[in-house]
Write a protein that binds this ligand. Sequence first.
Ligand code: GAP
Length: 516
Amino acid sequence: MAQNVVMQSEELFKKIVAHAKEYGFVYPSSEIYDGLSAVYDYGAYGAELKNNIRSYWWQAMTYLHQNIVGIDAAIFMHPTTWKASGHVDAFNDPLIDNKDSKKRYRADVLIEEYIAKLQEKIQKEIEKAKKRFENFDEEFFKNTNPRVKEIQDKIHQIEQRFKTALENNDLQEIKQIILDCEIVCPISGTRNWTDVRQFNLMFATQLGSVSDEANTIYLRPETAQGIFVNFLNVQKTARMKIPFGIAQTGKAFRNEIVARQFIFRMREFEQMEMQFFVKPGTEMEWYEYWKNDRLKWHLALGLSPDFYRFKDHTKLAHYANAACDIEFKFPFGFKELEGIHSRTDFDLSNHEKYSGKKLQYFDPEENKSYVPYVVETSVGLDRLFLAIFSSAYKEEMVENETRTVLSIPPALAPVKAAVFPLVKKDGMPEIAQKLWDELKFLGKVIYEDKDTIGRRYRRQDAIGTPYCITIDNETLQNETVTVRERDTMQQERMHISKVYSYLEEKTSIKTLLRKL
Ligand code: GAP
């Protein structure tokens, strides 16, 4: 019987990062030169897992919706794109330095972390009270307990001040909030802060080899603009009628000030974005529709619903009239996983203005042309990878030994199955090789004949392989094999001819898509 090993979240996160490296999922980029801050490479199993997550998203978007098509736009775009989108002027983060430690922070993150700590204090009071009272009523307690009410009022006050300061771009006030909350630098422990400044997150480079002709261009900070500038091309060539969506996955780049927490915040990352073009005035209906649809997509993975929650944005981005995040419970707390934004006609109208080209849709039902409104869903592939990987990581005690297992949903698992001949003789390797030849069409399947069966199982558990198939003495007599399931470690015997369809049923992305 397996017993879960309980760990503090910090220790757990360290183990997750170490495991990702040791087992070929994620390495620091250019590690032989000591790495590059907030840039990572995916290894043999990481690349498979990432591809599977991307396929699940792509197929759910473009195969399950008649009115969504996918594109693949270039990373480089005409520089005016970023003027029109507002990124040149407004894609900034407020940064602040601690004069003693010389460390740089995002001022908004310092305040958000301070609020999160206050929320933790409330949670602790609730946990304490739960133990004291029978028939505990949490809502009543929150509304009446003086200590909790005091903290809640404090949070509300800070949030209000912070929201107003962000809306007015009042950097002095943001610094004042940090001082009033007595927030200290975690390194130096002091409150010796510089003023808050804005910092543009786009990476710039030069186009062309002759410097005279060279033009400053940007590495795209979001994939969405490649969709907006192609709106009419796609609408016409794919013969789409409003409402319709355009989906895209691809790299995005941001010169993040604070790049911590492994692949949670990277400088080079991948986004999976879908812009849904709708009739003006219907955008709020579609905003609600996509909030539900996207949560359902996440929940189909089978992780606990308690890992997800919605959070409305405190400050709306320069393009949005409504926006929220789906947050995920990472080992370091609830953080943004996906954004759902009602972007109005901001982007298309601005591209019309800057390009001088019409980006309008002729609506045959209305008998008129208009600039569509847009509801966007945007999720980071790397962040989703971290969510799935970190929630899958488990250590269990099995017969006085620690078993490390990645309970990745089988449909996304990097390796679908492993085939083992029990021993390297008696014709077992030949049967195993023949089975592998059949199973390889399911996805990545491993053939392994080294070490004891127990060690082979453990290696597969550690990379999340959901099924291991063993060819043994009984196979030679009646053509049956054992199929061992990763999470329960239970073994089932079945005829070798049944294995392919059994595994296909359990490990195909279609099993997830059918739940949607
Ligand atoms: N087009 C809208 C947009 O880009 P965003 O909230 O800035 O919105 C969308 O980004 C998603 O991209 C986030 O929810 C997150 O999952 C991912 N993301 C953003 N910045 C990231 C970073 N530096 N590293 C990894 N993922 C990031």
